[in-house]
Design a protein around this ligand. Sequence first.
Ligand code: AVI
Length: 319
Amino acid sequence: MPDDSMTLAESIDPDLANVALRGLLGTPKTLPATLFYDEEGCRLFYRITELPEYYLTRTELALLAEIAPLLVGPTAGLIEYGASDETKASILLDQTSASGRPAFAAYVPIDVAESALMAMAARLARARPALKVWPVVGDFLRPVALPAALDGLARLGFFPGSTIGNLDPAQARLFLAQARRTLGTGARMLVGVDLRKDAALLIPAYDDAAGVTAAFNLNILARLNREAGADFDLDGFAHRATWNAEESRIEMHLVSRRAQTVRIEDHAIRFAPGETIHTENSYKHTPEAFRAIATGAGWRAERMWTDSARLFSLHLLSG
Ligand code: AVI
């Protein structure tokens, strides 16, 4: 029987500890935003999408419902990057051609969260038996091989949620260029992009009154305690969201409330009072800035739609 200390040691993920240490031993201190999305982080993110201050999700859903009929063309396959549930894709999958045929015959959701992906595939198999669903488990930032289920179909790539805003402009261009190569000649791609706007609207979306975003940000430290053997005192850090106008991005930080030392493996990480860990960037692009990124990646910017308050945009690109 393993004793308690062995059980704890076995529960520590050395890769996660290394990823965290790489960011925490640098100056300024950082942690990659990808670490947000453990099970608890996914649950908190879902709550964020329902917050009154977080206008992104509901605005994109309404816009998508409005423009979806305009995307119907030859029978297509839908390839979604970072697909944690089918809510947004369903709006597209519901579309039919003038002859009443489904506009999409195949759906390829790509995501790292294997259990969520498989649960979604099972739901879709029940709800849409005629649809070929081909989940691909993997990091959508890496090249993926598309399944044969897409052979002979037109292709629509789909990257909703303004997740592209969590990449810096150079990474966003590389991602879009790679997606263009994956999807092939003649493909189109629909990208959800949050628009640059007044900081008075942006800040509350990332620092809500109920404190859900603060819990989401702090969960990254709780996760490192749980999975990487760190000893962060969660009361020793505060959530901060700032608008960086020059870079056109919201930044999320965790601010050390006092001088303190945190241990991960055999490293001691010292924090000065007020020192921060930079955990996330969320770029807010003007339509022109996003078009420049997309065309720099080799796409043609075919069309863009926004809601009447110009909060959010959907860009249709063609290859
Ligand atoms: C996933 N991504 C588009 C979200 C965003 O708005 O940048 C993540 C998030 N961070 C804080 N709130 C939501």
